[in-house]
Design a protein around this ligand. Structure first.
Ligand code: BTN
Length: 271
């Protein structure tokens, strides 16, 4: 683990650019001191030949977006990034990009800090049961111009009280700095996240080996066997988390013993 000195902070952009110069995926990086949302910015990029692998990073976001329209608090010190992907594979596999994002972050955290994360379906990364990272995947399938924007919000070097004091968080938040006990080298962990996305995207998703992604995801999750409540639109279900099916849907055994596949949920909590 490379410890970050304060003076390194100013060279974040230079160091990350250098580290990512070996990436096969990332061809251009846009850095911003402040942006409303990297996700919104990426969603508006023109669809040309160089879109695939474009990375947008902001040091702070004024209007960061979380899932289901929630705000995402994005103070300085976090990793707020969106990456554009133009898939050349079947749209059946698109859902797996959310698993890739969460796996990439969990593995990058392990590599950087030795901390074991656990994954919460479909795309949260937790440390000690608290959320350290969320993934937001926007998919645009209009005409020929398929694009995926994968947004990653990692509470790296921030105070989690800034987030926990805000409204609209669905689980208690933590930060990497608080769990690790020290600042994290943001350029190093960003590079690691990007390389792991590249690995899963190229080696597994493009070749259709989605089972390997699911198996890896299951290994990193401790949800199975736990009791949970799911809000699916206006309906509420409670039961035990049993498995993921081959498409990545969550399988639950409800309290009346029936089996329910969850594709979409508006809120999820463990009992
Ligand atoms: C979630 O609700 O768990 C997903 C949060 C995703 C936040 C990231 S931060 C970078 C990117 N830009 C945004 O506005 N949102 C995503």
């Amino acid at each position: 683990m490379i410890k970050m000195e304060l003076s390194d902070e100013s060279s974040f952009k230079t160091r990350l650019t250098k580290l990512l110069s070996r990436s096969k995926l990332v061809k251009s990086i846009y850095f911003f001191e402040n942006l409303d949302s990297t996700q919104d910015y990426a969603n508006l990029l023109p669809h040309n030949d160089s879109l695939h692998g474009t990375l947008i990073i902001a040091r702070t976001q004024k209007m960061g977006k979380g899932r289901i329209g929630r705000p995402w608090i994005s103070p300085r010190g976090g990793l707020w990034m969106s990456i554009a992907l133009v898939p050349d594979f079947s749209i059946d596999n698109l859902l797996f990009t959310q698993f890739i994002g969460a796996l990439a972050v969990a593995e990058a955290i392990k590599e950087t800090t030795k901390i074991n994360c656990s994954l919460k379906w479909p795309n949260d990364v937790l440390i000690n049961g608290k959320k350290v990272c969320g993934i937001l995947v926007d998919v645009n399938l209009e005409s020929e111009k398929k694009r995926i924007i994968m947004g990653i919000g990692l509470n790296a070097n921030i105070e989690s009280s800034l987030i926990n004091n805000s409204i609209n968080v669905d689980s208690k938040a933590t930060s990497l700095k608080e769990e690790y006990g020290n600042d994290i080298d943001l350029a190093y962990i960003t590079n690691s996240v990007v390389h792991k996305i590249e690995y899963y995207y190229d080696n597994l998703l493009r070749t259709g080996k989605t089972m390997e992604i699911l198996d890896r995801w299951k290994q990193e999750s401790d949800m199975f066997g736990k009791r949970a409540i799911i809000y699916d639109g206006t309906q509420k279900f409670s039961g035990e988390v049993v498995d993921l099916d081959n498409n990545g849907s969550l399988i639950m055994r409800l309290d009346d013993s029936s089996i329910k596949k969850i594709i979409y949920y508006s809120n999820f909590s463990f009992l």
